[in-house]
Design a protein around this ligand. Structure first.
Ligand SMILES: [Zn+2]
Ligand SMILES: [Zn+2]
Length: 283
């Protein structure tokens, strides 16, 4: 099974990465998990949307699904696509999509000819070609789901998505080869009481407790990449920050990581106006 990290950004745009999205491929099946801003272009750069076997969206924050709009334009107009893209959405997804269609397009039913929609429930098991995918509910500011992804030889990736601390995800990832976690916060104590995100030490601790062969941290501000890399390197845990274009070859019991070099972070022209300790806007 091959996993490609398409983006490592969170809700605030950064110049060197798309937002949330990753591809998982095995034996000709290619599934996209999340489609945040910039991911539709990354899908075109890697294989083209019409070659996707399915899309799973983990929750309805914009940085995880807003590029479903651009993605639709890769499919024919006016008539059903020769092969509709199976799209798996959280409960209420059809309604959300219809509202998005009303907001961005001149017609209702904008998405129907292109996509075959399924609203999933927590713990429901889906077979997509050679992959088996099971969403599990996690704690976030809105209903959100981690993805348990099993390849044809039993190799396994858990993509936790946005979430606060979760013993469930630690238990779920036991026996998996790879755990993909968010590392959104600078300090977990700045999160609100519901806990909807992790800081880097918390994410590293989840990887350590799960015992996976490789942890990858995503969903972070790019200027924090070097700090996150340092925290990972000194942790004694097999964990590293994801970078756009990173490829993981996942075999039963083994993971090979191939990460492209990243240029040094260049600060944006204008400073960020949000107070540094606020969790507002950290979807
Ligand atoms: Zn979110
Ligand atoms: Zn997010």
């Amino acid at each position: 099974m091959r996993l490609t990290i398409l983006g490592t950004g969170s809700a605030r745009p950064v110049g060197d990465s798309a937002q949330s999205g990753m591809l998982v491929e095995a034996e000709g099946t290619v599934v996209l998990f999340d489609v945040g801003s910039g991911i539709a272009s990354q899908v075109e750069a890697h294989l083209g949307a019409v070659k996707l076997s399915a899309l799973f969206v983990g929750h309805f924050h914009a940085d995880h699904w807003i590029d479903i709009g651009p993605l639709r334009y890769r499919f024919p107009w006016g008539e059903p696509a020769p092969k509709q893209l199976p799209v798996y959405l959280p409960p209420g997804g059809r309604d959300k999509l219809e509202h998005l269609a009303a907001a961005i397009a001149e017609r209702p039913g904008f998405f129907e000819p292109a996509f075959a929609i399924t609203e999933y429930e927590s713990d429901q098991v889906f077979k997509v070609g050679s992959l088996t995918v099971t969403p599990h509910a996690v704690g976030h500011y809105v209903p959100a789901y981690s993805m348990d992804i099993v390849g044809p030889r039993g190799e396994r990736v858990v993509y936790a998505g946005d979430m606060g601390p979760s013993d469930m995800v630690v238990d779920l990832a036991r026996g998996a080869e790879v755990l993909i976690l968010e590392a959104t916060l600078e300090m977990g104590k700045t999160d609100d009481a519901r806990r909807g995100h992790l800081d880097t030490p918390e994410a590293i601790d989840h990887v350590r407790r799960s015992g996976v062969a490789q942890g990858i941290l995503v969903h972070y501000w790019s200027e924090r990449r070097d700090i996150i890399r340092e925290l990972c390197a000194t942790s004694g845990v097999p964990v590293a920050p994801g970078v756009p274009g990173m490829v993981l070859e996942v075999e039963p019991g083994a993971v090979r990581v191939d990460a492209p070099p990243m240029p040094a972070w260049v600060p944006p022209q204008s400073p960020v106006l949000a107070p540094a300790v606020s969790t507002d806007g950290l979807d």
